[in-house]
Write a protein that binds this ligand. Structure first.
Ligand code: ZN
Length: 504
Protein backbone atom coordinates (compact mmCIF):
# COMPACT_ATOMS: atom_id res chain seq x y z
CA UNK A 1 0.00 0.00 0.00
CA UNK A 2 1.30 3.44 -0.85
CA UNK A 3 1.81 6.00 1.86
CA UNK A 4 -1.09 8.08 0.66
CA UNK A 5 -3.46 5.11 0.62
CA UNK A 6 -2.58 4.15 4.17
CA UNK A 7 -2.87 7.76 5.31
CA UNK A 8 -6.34 7.99 3.76
CA UNK A 9 -7.34 4.70 5.37
CA UNK A 10 -6.22 5.90 8.80
CA UNK A 11 -7.99 9.24 8.34
CA UNK A 12 -11.19 7.50 7.24
CA UNK A 13 -11.08 5.32 10.37
CA UNK A 14 -10.65 8.43 12.48
CA UNK A 15 -13.66 10.22 10.98
CA UNK A 16 -15.71 7.02 11.10
CA UNK A 17 -15.08 6.86 14.83
CA UNK A 18 -16.38 10.42 15.19
CA UNK A 19 -19.44 9.42 13.20
CA UNK A 20 -19.99 6.49 15.54
CA UNK A 21 -19.99 8.83 18.52
CA UNK A 22 -22.46 11.00 16.67
CA UNK A 23 -24.73 8.04 16.02
CA UNK A 24 -24.57 7.01 19.69
CA UNK A 25 -25.51 10.55 20.75
CA UNK A 26 -28.35 10.47 18.22
CA UNK A 27 -29.80 7.25 19.65
CA UNK A 28 -29.48 8.51 23.23
CA UNK A 29 -31.15 11.77 22.32
CA UNK A 30 -33.95 9.99 20.46
CA UNK A 31 -34.47 7.74 23.48
CA UNK A 32 -34.57 10.72 25.82
CA UNK A 33 -37.24 12.39 23.72
CA UNK A 34 -39.40 9.33 23.03
CA UNK A 35 -39.97 7.85 26.44
CA UNK A 36 -36.86 7.36 28.58
CA UNK A 37 -37.85 7.30 32.26
CA UNK A 38 -37.90 10.74 33.84
CA UNK A 39 -35.51 9.80 36.61
CA UNK A 40 -32.87 8.79 34.09
CA UNK A 41 -32.87 12.11 32.27
CA UNK A 42 -30.19 13.88 34.31
CA UNK A 43 -27.76 10.98 34.08
CA UNK A 44 -28.49 10.59 30.40
CA UNK A 45 -27.75 14.26 29.76
CA UNK A 46 -24.35 13.70 31.32
CA UNK A 47 -23.60 10.78 29.02
CA UNK A 48 -24.64 12.82 26.00
CA UNK A 49 -22.47 15.70 27.19
CA UNK A 50 -19.46 13.46 27.61
CA UNK A 51 -19.77 11.79 24.21
CA UNK A 52 -20.36 15.16 22.52
CA UNK A 53 -17.26 16.51 24.25
CA UNK A 54 -15.25 13.59 22.92
CA UNK A 55 -16.50 14.27 19.39
CA UNK A 56 -15.55 17.91 19.72
CA UNK A 57 -12.07 17.04 21.00
CA UNK A 58 -11.50 14.71 18.06
CA UNK A 59 -12.63 17.38 15.58
CA UNK A 60 -10.11 19.93 16.90
CA UNK A 61 -7.30 17.62 18.00
CA UNK A 62 -3.68 18.03 16.94
CA UNK A 63 -4.04 14.64 15.30
CA UNK A 64 -6.88 15.99 13.15
CA UNK A 65 -4.76 19.02 12.32
CA UNK A 66 -1.92 16.75 11.31
CA UNK A 67 -4.15 14.62 9.04
CA UNK A 68 -5.54 17.74 7.41
CA UNK A 69 -2.09 19.24 6.82
CA UNK A 70 -0.71 16.05 5.31
CA UNK A 71 -3.77 15.41 3.14
CA UNK A 72 -3.91 19.05 2.00
CA UNK A 73 -0.36 18.99 0.72
CA UNK A 74 -0.94 19.83 -3.02
CA UNK A 75 0.50 16.65 -4.49
CA UNK A 76 -1.38 14.45 -2.02
CA UNK A 77 -4.65 16.36 -2.30
CA UNK A 78 -4.57 16.12 -6.10
CA UNK A 79 -4.33 12.34 -5.82
CA UNK A 80 -7.37 11.98 -3.55
CA UNK A 81 -10.74 10.80 -4.82
CA UNK A 82 -13.67 13.20 -4.95
CA UNK A 83 -15.21 11.97 -1.68
CA UNK A 84 -11.94 12.14 0.25
CA UNK A 85 -11.23 15.65 -0.99
CA UNK A 86 -14.64 16.77 0.16
CA UNK A 87 -14.21 15.09 3.58
CA UNK A 88 -10.91 16.92 4.04
CA UNK A 89 -12.56 20.25 3.15
CA UNK A 90 -15.47 19.58 5.48
CA UNK A 91 -13.23 18.59 8.41
CA UNK A 92 -11.01 21.61 7.73
CA UNK A 93 -14.01 23.94 7.99
CA UNK A 94 -15.02 22.53 11.37
CA UNK A 95 -11.45 22.42 12.61
CA UNK A 96 -10.69 26.04 11.73
CA UNK A 97 -13.97 27.30 13.13
CA UNK A 98 -13.69 25.48 16.43
CA UNK A 99 -9.99 26.04 17.01
CA UNK A 100 -10.48 29.79 16.91
CA UNK A 101 -12.68 29.85 20.01
CA UNK A 102 -10.78 29.51 23.32
CA UNK A 103 -12.03 26.37 25.10
CA UNK A 104 -12.96 28.27 28.28
CA UNK A 105 -14.96 30.82 26.35
CA UNK A 106 -16.88 28.12 24.52
CA UNK A 107 -17.67 26.30 27.77
CA UNK A 108 -19.00 29.56 29.26
CA UNK A 109 -21.20 30.05 26.23
CA UNK A 110 -22.69 26.53 26.51
CA UNK A 111 -23.55 27.25 30.15
CA UNK A 112 -25.00 30.65 29.21
CA UNK A 113 -27.31 29.24 26.51
CA UNK A 114 -28.55 26.41 28.68
CA UNK A 115 -29.38 28.90 31.47
CA UNK A 116 -30.94 31.20 28.90
CA UNK A 117 -33.26 28.45 27.69
CA UNK A 118 -34.58 27.93 31.20
CA UNK A 119 -35.02 31.66 31.79
CA UNK A 120 -36.66 32.04 28.38
CA UNK A 121 -39.24 29.39 29.33
CA UNK A 122 -40.12 31.27 32.52
CA UNK A 123 -40.12 34.62 30.74
CA UNK A 124 -42.41 33.32 28.03
CA UNK A 125 -44.75 31.86 30.64
CA UNK A 126 -44.95 35.26 32.33
CA UNK A 127 -44.82 37.29 29.08
CA UNK A 128 -41.90 39.09 30.69
CA UNK A 129 -39.25 40.12 28.14
CA UNK A 130 -37.17 42.17 30.63
CA UNK A 131 -36.47 38.94 32.54
CA UNK A 132 -34.94 37.35 29.45
CA UNK A 133 -33.27 40.48 28.13
CA UNK A 134 -29.90 40.34 29.98
CA UNK A 135 -29.37 36.75 28.77
CA UNK A 136 -30.17 37.66 25.20
CA UNK A 137 -27.85 40.65 25.38
CA UNK A 138 -25.05 38.42 26.59
CA UNK A 139 -25.72 35.84 23.86
CA UNK A 140 -25.62 38.47 21.11
CA UNK A 141 -22.49 39.98 22.61
CA UNK A 142 -20.75 36.58 22.76
CA UNK A 143 -21.72 35.81 19.17
CA UNK A 144 -20.24 39.15 18.12
CA UNK A 145 -17.04 38.18 19.91
CA UNK A 146 -17.00 34.81 18.11
CA UNK A 147 -17.55 36.55 14.78
CA UNK A 148 -14.54 38.71 15.61
CA UNK A 149 -12.47 35.55 16.08
CA UNK A 150 -13.86 33.73 13.04
CA UNK A 151 -13.70 36.77 10.81
CA UNK A 152 -16.35 37.95 8.39
CA UNK A 153 -16.79 39.29 4.90
CA UNK A 154 -19.17 42.14 4.15
CA UNK A 155 -21.69 41.76 6.96
CA UNK A 156 -21.04 40.20 10.38
CA UNK A 157 -24.25 38.20 10.07
CA UNK A 158 -22.82 36.41 7.00
CA UNK A 159 -20.61 34.35 9.30
CA UNK A 160 -23.67 33.10 11.20
CA UNK A 161 -25.67 32.39 8.04
CA UNK A 162 -22.80 30.33 6.70
CA UNK A 163 -23.16 27.81 9.54
CA UNK A 164 -26.61 26.76 8.33
CA UNK A 165 -26.52 27.67 4.66
CA UNK A 166 -23.00 27.67 3.24
CA UNK A 167 -22.36 30.54 0.79
CA UNK A 168 -25.54 32.40 1.71
CA UNK A 169 -25.07 36.13 2.35
CA UNK A 170 -27.02 39.14 3.53
CA UNK A 171 -26.69 40.70 0.07
CA UNK A 172 -28.31 37.66 -1.55
CA UNK A 173 -31.00 37.25 1.10
CA UNK A 174 -31.94 40.93 0.94
CA UNK A 175 -32.49 40.48 -2.76
CA UNK A 176 -34.56 37.27 -2.69
CA UNK A 177 -36.50 38.12 0.47
CA UNK A 178 -37.14 41.60 -0.90
CA UNK A 179 -38.73 40.19 -4.03
CA UNK A 180 -40.74 37.71 -2.03
CA UNK A 181 -41.98 40.33 0.41
CA UNK A 182 -43.07 42.70 -2.35
CA UNK A 183 -45.37 40.01 -3.73
CA UNK A 184 -46.51 38.20 -0.61
CA UNK A 185 -47.46 41.13 1.62
CA UNK A 186 -50.13 42.40 -0.83
CA UNK A 187 -51.31 38.84 -1.58
CA UNK A 188 -51.77 38.12 2.14
CA UNK A 189 -53.63 41.42 2.51
CA UNK A 190 -55.95 40.57 -0.39
CA UNK A 191 -56.67 37.17 1.12
CA UNK A 192 -57.47 38.77 4.49
CA UNK A 193 -60.38 40.57 2.80
CA UNK A 194 -61.73 37.44 1.09
CA UNK A 195 -64.21 34.87 2.41
CA UNK A 196 -62.18 32.20 4.26
CA UNK A 197 -62.85 28.51 3.57
CA UNK A 198 -64.61 26.54 6.31
CA UNK A 199 -62.35 24.47 8.57
CA UNK A 200 -64.67 23.29 11.34
CA UNK A 201 -64.62 19.70 10.07
CA UNK A 202 -60.85 19.53 10.66
CA UNK A 203 -61.48 20.05 14.36
CA UNK A 204 -63.94 17.27 15.18
CA UNK A 205 -63.01 14.37 17.39
CA UNK A 206 -60.30 12.38 15.57
CA UNK A 207 -59.23 9.33 17.59
CA UNK A 208 -55.48 9.04 17.87
CA UNK A 209 -55.27 5.38 16.81
CA UNK A 210 -57.04 6.10 13.56
CA UNK A 211 -54.84 9.12 12.88
CA UNK A 212 -51.86 6.88 13.37
CA UNK A 213 -53.25 4.32 10.95
CA UNK A 214 -53.52 6.96 8.24
CA UNK A 215 -50.09 8.43 9.00
CA UNK A 216 -48.47 5.02 8.58
CA UNK A 217 -50.37 4.45 5.36
CA UNK A 218 -49.23 7.77 3.85
CA UNK A 219 -45.58 7.25 4.88
CA UNK A 220 -45.67 3.91 3.07
CA UNK A 221 -47.14 5.58 0.01
CA UNK A 222 -44.32 8.16 0.01
CA UNK A 223 -41.77 5.36 -0.04
CA UNK A 224 -40.54 5.83 3.51
CA UNK A 225 -38.74 2.57 4.29
CA UNK A 226 -39.97 1.11 7.59
CA UNK A 227 -37.18 -1.45 7.51
CA UNK A 228 -34.88 1.58 7.87
CA UNK A 229 -36.98 3.65 10.23
CA UNK A 230 -39.88 3.94 12.65
CA UNK A 231 -42.58 6.37 13.72
CA UNK A 232 -42.99 7.42 17.36
CA UNK A 233 -44.70 10.19 19.32
CA UNK A 234 -43.19 13.31 20.88
CA UNK A 235 -44.47 16.74 21.89
CA UNK A 236 -42.24 18.39 19.28
CA UNK A 237 -41.99 16.25 16.14
CA UNK A 238 -38.56 15.66 14.61
CA UNK A 239 -36.62 13.42 12.24
CA UNK A 240 -33.24 11.97 13.07
CA UNK A 241 -30.94 10.24 10.60
CA UNK A 242 -28.60 7.94 12.54
CA UNK A 243 -27.36 6.40 9.30
CA UNK A 244 -29.17 5.71 6.00
CA UNK A 245 -30.38 2.38 7.42
CA UNK A 246 -31.91 3.96 10.52
CA UNK A 247 -33.83 7.19 10.05
CA UNK A 248 -36.51 7.77 12.69
CA UNK A 249 -39.37 10.22 12.77
CA UNK A 250 -41.82 11.36 15.40
CA UNK A 251 -45.19 13.04 15.29
CA UNK A 252 -47.86 14.38 17.63
CA UNK A 253 -51.55 13.46 17.45
CA UNK A 254 -54.03 16.13 18.51
CA UNK A 255 -57.51 14.63 18.93
CA UNK A 256 -59.23 17.84 17.82
CA UNK A 257 -57.00 18.66 14.86
CA UNK A 258 -56.57 16.08 12.13
CA UNK A 259 -54.20 18.28 10.11
CA UNK A 260 -51.54 18.60 12.80
CA UNK A 261 -50.24 15.02 12.82
CA UNK A 262 -51.08 14.45 9.18
CA UNK A 263 -48.97 17.29 7.77
CA UNK A 264 -46.42 17.03 10.55
CA UNK A 265 -45.84 13.39 9.62
CA UNK A 266 -45.54 14.12 5.91
CA UNK A 267 -43.12 16.95 6.74
CA UNK A 268 -40.83 14.78 8.87
CA UNK A 269 -41.26 11.99 6.32
CA UNK A 270 -39.79 14.34 3.69
CA UNK A 271 -36.75 14.95 5.89
CA UNK A 272 -36.46 11.21 6.39
CA UNK A 273 -36.61 10.31 2.68
CA UNK A 274 -33.59 12.57 2.20
CA UNK A 275 -31.58 10.80 4.91
CA UNK A 276 -32.65 7.27 3.92
CA UNK A 277 -31.53 7.78 0.34
CA UNK A 278 -28.04 9.20 0.81
CA UNK A 279 -25.56 7.12 -1.17
CA UNK A 280 -24.08 4.20 0.84
CA UNK A 281 -20.61 5.38 -0.31
CA UNK A 282 -20.97 8.33 2.05
CA UNK A 283 -21.94 6.30 5.14
CA UNK A 284 -19.51 6.70 8.02
CA UNK A 285 -18.24 10.04 6.69
CA UNK A 286 -19.21 13.62 7.64
CA UNK A 287 -20.82 13.89 4.19
CA UNK A 288 -23.58 11.48 5.17
CA UNK A 289 -26.18 14.13 5.98
CA UNK A 290 -28.22 16.82 4.24
CA UNK A 291 -26.15 19.49 2.52
CA UNK A 292 -27.74 22.41 4.41
CA UNK A 293 -30.67 23.31 6.62
CA UNK A 294 -32.33 25.06 3.69
CA UNK A 295 -32.07 22.12 1.28
CA UNK A 296 -33.23 19.74 4.03
CA UNK A 297 -36.21 21.94 4.69
CA UNK A 298 -36.96 22.11 0.96
CA UNK A 299 -37.59 18.37 1.03
CA UNK A 300 -39.87 18.35 4.06
CA UNK A 301 -41.83 21.24 2.54
CA UNK A 302 -41.92 19.74 -0.93
CA UNK A 303 -43.64 16.66 0.46
CA UNK A 304 -45.80 18.52 2.96
CA UNK A 305 -46.98 21.38 0.74
CA UNK A 306 -46.34 20.79 -2.94
CA UNK A 307 -47.53 17.20 -2.70
CA UNK A 308 -49.43 16.82 0.58
CA UNK A 309 -51.51 19.99 0.25
CA UNK A 310 -52.22 19.62 -3.46
CA UNK A 311 -55.60 18.95 -5.01
CA UNK A 312 -54.16 15.96 -6.92
CA UNK A 313 -52.90 14.29 -3.77
CA UNK A 314 -56.30 14.42 -2.15
CA UNK A 315 -57.98 13.33 -5.35
CA UNK A 316 -56.14 10.09 -4.72
CA UNK A 317 -56.14 9.78 -0.93
CA UNK A 318 -59.27 11.51 0.31
CA UNK A 319 -61.38 8.36 -0.13
CA UNK A 320 -59.10 6.46 2.22
CA UNK A 321 -59.20 9.28 4.79
CA UNK A 322 -63.01 9.32 4.59
CA UNK A 323 -63.08 5.54 5.02
CA UNK A 324 -61.08 5.88 8.26
CA UNK A 325 -63.13 8.88 9.48
CA UNK A 326 -66.63 8.33 8.07
CA UNK A 327 -68.45 10.28 10.79
CA UNK A 328 -66.09 13.27 10.64
CA UNK A 329 -65.47 13.58 6.90
CA UNK A 330 -68.11 11.41 5.20
CA UNK A 331 -70.21 14.43 4.34
CA UNK A 332 -67.36 16.81 3.45
CA UNK A 333 -66.73 17.07 -0.33
CA UNK A 334 -63.10 16.71 -1.48
CA UNK A 335 -62.93 20.30 -2.70
CA UNK A 336 -64.09 21.63 0.67
CA UNK A 337 -61.44 19.52 2.37
CA UNK A 338 -58.75 20.79 -0.02
CA UNK A 339 -59.71 24.42 0.58
CA UNK A 340 -59.93 23.84 4.34
CA UNK A 341 -56.42 22.44 4.68
CA UNK A 342 -55.10 25.41 2.68
CA UNK A 343 -56.72 28.18 4.67
CA UNK A 344 -54.50 31.25 4.97
CA UNK A 345 -54.70 33.10 8.23
CA UNK A 346 -52.26 35.85 9.14
CA UNK A 347 -51.44 34.96 12.70
CA UNK A 348 -48.99 35.81 15.44
CA UNK A 349 -47.42 32.40 15.89
CA UNK A 350 -44.88 31.11 13.38
CA UNK A 351 -45.30 27.39 13.98
CA UNK A 352 -49.04 27.62 13.35
CA UNK A 353 -48.64 29.60 10.13
CA UNK A 354 -49.89 28.46 6.70
CA UNK A 355 -47.52 27.97 3.78
CA UNK A 356 -48.00 31.52 2.46
CA UNK A 357 -47.66 33.69 5.57
CA UNK A 358 -44.93 31.45 7.02
CA UNK A 359 -42.43 33.24 4.81
CA UNK A 360 -43.35 36.60 6.31
CA UNK A 361 -42.77 35.30 9.85
CA UNK A 362 -39.29 34.32 8.73
CA UNK A 363 -38.50 37.62 7.03
CA UNK A 364 -39.37 39.50 10.20
CA UNK A 365 -36.93 37.40 12.20
CA UNK A 366 -34.26 37.72 9.52
CA UNK A 367 -34.50 41.51 9.40
CA UNK A 368 -34.29 41.78 13.19
CA UNK A 369 -31.31 39.42 13.45
CA UNK A 370 -29.49 41.27 10.71
CA UNK A 371 -29.97 44.60 12.49
CA UNK A 372 -28.90 43.17 15.85
CA UNK A 373 -25.59 42.08 14.34
CA UNK A 374 -25.14 45.26 12.35
CA UNK A 375 -25.52 47.15 15.63
CA UNK A 376 -28.47 49.18 14.35
CA UNK A 377 -30.95 47.53 16.73
CA UNK A 378 -30.49 47.04 20.47
CA UNK A 379 -31.88 44.02 22.29
CA UNK A 380 -33.92 46.33 24.53
CA UNK A 381 -35.75 47.65 21.45
CA UNK A 382 -36.56 44.19 20.04
CA UNK A 383 -40.14 43.84 21.31
CA UNK A 384 -41.21 47.15 19.77
CA UNK A 385 -39.45 46.44 16.48
CA UNK A 386 -41.03 42.97 16.42
CA UNK A 387 -44.54 44.33 16.90
CA UNK A 388 -44.07 47.04 14.26
CA UNK A 389 -43.08 44.47 11.66
CA UNK A 390 -45.99 42.14 12.49
CA UNK A 391 -48.37 45.04 12.00
CA UNK A 392 -46.76 46.02 8.72
CA UNK A 393 -46.31 42.56 7.11
CA UNK A 394 -49.15 40.54 8.55
CA UNK A 395 -51.65 43.11 9.81
CA UNK A 396 -51.68 41.63 13.31
CA UNK A 397 -50.22 42.82 16.57
CA UNK A 398 -49.19 40.78 19.62
CA UNK A 399 -50.97 41.62 22.87
CA UNK A 400 -47.92 40.63 24.86
CA UNK A 401 -44.34 39.42 24.35
CA UNK A 402 -45.26 35.76 24.87
CA UNK A 403 -47.12 35.80 21.57
CA UNK A 404 -44.53 38.17 20.15
CA UNK A 405 -40.79 38.30 20.54
CA UNK A 406 -40.62 35.50 23.14
CA UNK A 407 -42.34 32.77 21.10
CA UNK A 408 -39.31 30.90 19.66
CA UNK A 409 -36.57 29.07 21.53
CA UNK A 410 -33.94 29.71 18.80
CA UNK A 411 -32.42 32.91 20.20
CA UNK A 412 -32.18 31.48 23.71
CA UNK A 413 -30.14 28.63 22.25
CA UNK A 414 -27.95 31.07 20.34
CA UNK A 415 -29.17 29.90 16.93
CA UNK A 416 -28.85 33.16 15.03
CA UNK A 417 -28.80 32.68 11.27
CA UNK A 418 -31.01 29.61 11.41
CA UNK A 419 -34.44 31.14 10.65
CA UNK A 420 -33.74 32.04 7.00
CA UNK A 421 -33.37 28.29 6.22
CA UNK A 422 -37.12 27.84 6.56
CA UNK A 423 -37.98 30.39 3.88
CA UNK A 424 -35.05 29.26 1.74
CA UNK A 425 -36.52 25.76 1.98
CA UNK A 426 -39.82 27.07 0.60
CA UNK A 427 -38.08 28.81 -2.30
CA UNK A 428 -35.89 25.82 -3.14
CA UNK A 429 -38.86 23.47 -2.98
CA UNK A 430 -40.87 25.54 -5.50
CA UNK A 431 -37.87 25.70 -7.80
CA UNK A 432 -37.38 21.91 -7.60
CA UNK A 433 -41.12 21.46 -8.11
CA UNK A 434 -40.83 23.38 -11.38
CA UNK A 435 -37.93 21.18 -12.51
CA UNK A 436 -39.53 17.87 -11.66
CA UNK A 437 -42.64 18.83 -13.59
CA UNK A 438 -40.52 19.53 -16.63
CA UNK A 439 -38.60 16.29 -16.26
CA UNK A 440 -41.79 14.35 -15.56
CA UNK A 441 -44.56 15.84 -17.72
CA UNK A 442 -47.17 13.55 -16.12
CA UNK A 443 -46.17 14.63 -12.59
CA UNK A 444 -49.70 15.79 -11.64
CA UNK A 445 -51.33 12.64 -13.01
CA UNK A 446 -48.88 10.52 -11.05
CA UNK A 447 -49.70 12.32 -7.81
CA UNK A 448 -53.40 11.99 -8.61
CA UNK A 449 -53.10 8.23 -8.93
CA UNK A 450 -50.78 7.82 -5.94
CA UNK A 451 -47.77 6.87 -8.02
CA UNK A 452 -45.33 8.59 -5.67
CA UNK A 453 -42.32 6.28 -5.81
CA UNK A 454 -40.96 7.63 -9.12
CA UNK A 455 -41.08 11.09 -7.52
CA UNK A 456 -39.08 9.90 -4.53
CA UNK A 457 -36.62 8.20 -6.90
CA UNK A 458 -36.19 11.32 -9.01
CA UNK A 459 -35.45 13.39 -5.90
CA UNK A 460 -33.05 10.69 -4.69
CA UNK A 461 -31.13 10.72 -7.94
CA UNK A 462 -31.03 14.50 -8.16
CA UNK A 463 -30.60 15.52 -4.53
CA UNK A 464 -30.70 12.90 -1.77
CA UNK A 465 -27.91 10.61 -2.85
CA UNK A 466 -25.32 13.42 -2.86
CA UNK A 467 -25.59 14.12 0.87
CA UNK A 468 -23.05 16.84 1.58
CA UNK A 469 -20.93 16.02 -1.46
CA UNK A 470 -22.41 19.03 -3.27
CA UNK A 471 -23.02 22.46 -1.76
CA UNK A 472 -26.56 23.90 -1.68
CA UNK A 473 -25.85 26.21 -4.62
CA UNK A 474 -24.29 23.36 -6.62
CA UNK A 475 -27.40 21.24 -6.03
CA UNK A 476 -29.76 24.02 -7.06
CA UNK A 477 -27.78 24.78 -10.20
CA UNK A 478 -27.48 21.12 -11.14
CA UNK A 479 -31.16 20.32 -10.62
CA UNK A 480 -32.75 23.50 -11.95
CA UNK A 481 -30.12 24.95 -14.28
CA UNK A 482 -30.11 28.29 -12.45
CA UNK A 483 -29.39 29.91 -9.09
CA UNK A 484 -31.92 30.31 -6.33
CA UNK A 485 -34.85 32.33 -7.71
CA UNK A 486 -37.83 33.44 -5.61
CA UNK A 487 -40.15 33.78 -8.61
CA UNK A 488 -41.04 30.06 -8.61
CA UNK A 489 -42.39 30.29 -5.08
CA UNK A 490 -44.23 33.51 -5.88
CA UNK A 491 -45.84 31.96 -8.99
CA UNK A 492 -46.78 28.80 -7.13
CA UNK A 493 -48.36 30.69 -4.23
CA UNK A 494 -50.15 33.25 -6.39
CA UNK A 495 -51.64 30.61 -8.65
CA UNK A 496 -52.66 28.31 -5.82
CA UNK A 497 -54.18 30.90 -3.52
CA UNK A 498 -55.88 33.03 -6.16
CA UNK A 499 -57.67 29.83 -7.16
CA UNK A 500 -58.55 28.78 -3.63
CA UNK A 501 -59.70 32.28 -2.63
CA UNK A 502 -61.26 32.98 -6.01
CA UNK A 503 -59.36 36.23 -6.47
CA UNK A 504 -58.96 37.75 -9.90
ZN1 ZN B 1 -38.46 20.66 8.97
Amino acid sequence: MTDIASLVKEFREYVRKMKHYEEAVGVLYWDLRTGAPKKGAAGRAEVIGELSGEMFRMAVSDRMGDYLDRLSEPHTFAGLGRIDRKIVEECRREYERNRKIPAGKYQEYIVLTSQAETVWEEAREAADFPRFRPYLEKIVETNLEFIGLWGFEGHKYNTLLDMYEPDMTVARLDQVFGELKDKLVPLAAEIREAEPPATGFLHMNYPKEKQKEFSLYILNQMGYDFAAGRLDETVHPFATGLNPGDVRITTRYLPNDVGSALFGTIHEGGHALYEQNISPELAGTPLCTGTSMGIHESQSRFWENMIGRSREFWHCYYGELQRIFPAELGGVPPEAFYRGINRVEPSLIRIEADELTYNLHIMIRYELEKELFAGTLKVKDLPGAWNDKYREYLGVEPENDAEGVLQDVHWAGGSFGYFPSYALGNMYSAQFWNSIRQAMPDFSERVARGDLLPIRDWLSGQIYRYGKLLTPSEIVRKVTGEDLTPSYLVDYLERKYKDIYRLS
